[in-house]
Design a protein around this ligand. Structure first.
Ligand code: SF4
Ligand code: SF4
Length: 102
C-alpha cells in the first residue's frame, strides 16, 4: 500500500488531463447552472469560454450554452462573469463532483 507521500509524488507527475480523469462526477438531471442568454448576446469578452477548466461553456452559432454535467465546481465562471448572466447553485445533495485525492 502506498503512503500519502508516495501518492503525492505520483500525482505531481500527472498532467492536468490525467488529474481530471480522477474526478468523479455524479450527474444530476437538473442543471445547477443557468445563464441569461440575452445578457450573453451583448457580452464583449465571453470570458466563460476561456476560464472554465472543464470547457463547460460553448458558443454555438453566436449563442452561449453550458454543459453543467462537466462542471468541476471551481466557481471561476461566477467570478469572471461580471455581467451577472450566470446563476450558479451548489448541486443537489448526492450529486456533483468528488475529488479522489482531496
Ligand atoms: S462571461 Fe457571462 S455574460 Fe459573457 S458570455 Fe459568458 S456567461 Fe455570458
Ligand atoms: S464552476 Fe468552474 S468548472 Fe463549473 S462551469 Fe464554472 S468555471 Fe466551469
Amino acid at each position: 500500500m502506498k503512503t500519502l507521500e508516495q501518492e503525492n509524488k505520483q500525482n505531481k507527475k500527472l498532467s492536468i488531463e490525467d488529474k481530471l480523469f480522477l474526478v468523479k462526477n455524479k450527474k444530476d438531471k437538473i442543471s445547477h447552472i443557468t445563464i441569461n442568454k440575452k445578457i450573453c448576446k451583448k457580452c464583449q469578452h465571453k470570458a466563460c469560454l476561456i476560464v472554465c477548466p472543464a470547457k463547460s461553456y460553448e458558443e454555438n452559432h453566436g449563442t452561449i450554452e453550458v454543459a453543467y454535467e462537466n462542471c468541476l465546481e471551481c466557481g471561476s465562471c461566477r467570478v469572471i462573469c461580471t455581467d451577472g448572466a450566470i446563476k450558479w447553485e451548489n448541486p443537489r445533495g448526492g450529486f456533483g463532483v468528488r475529488f479522489k485525492n482531496g
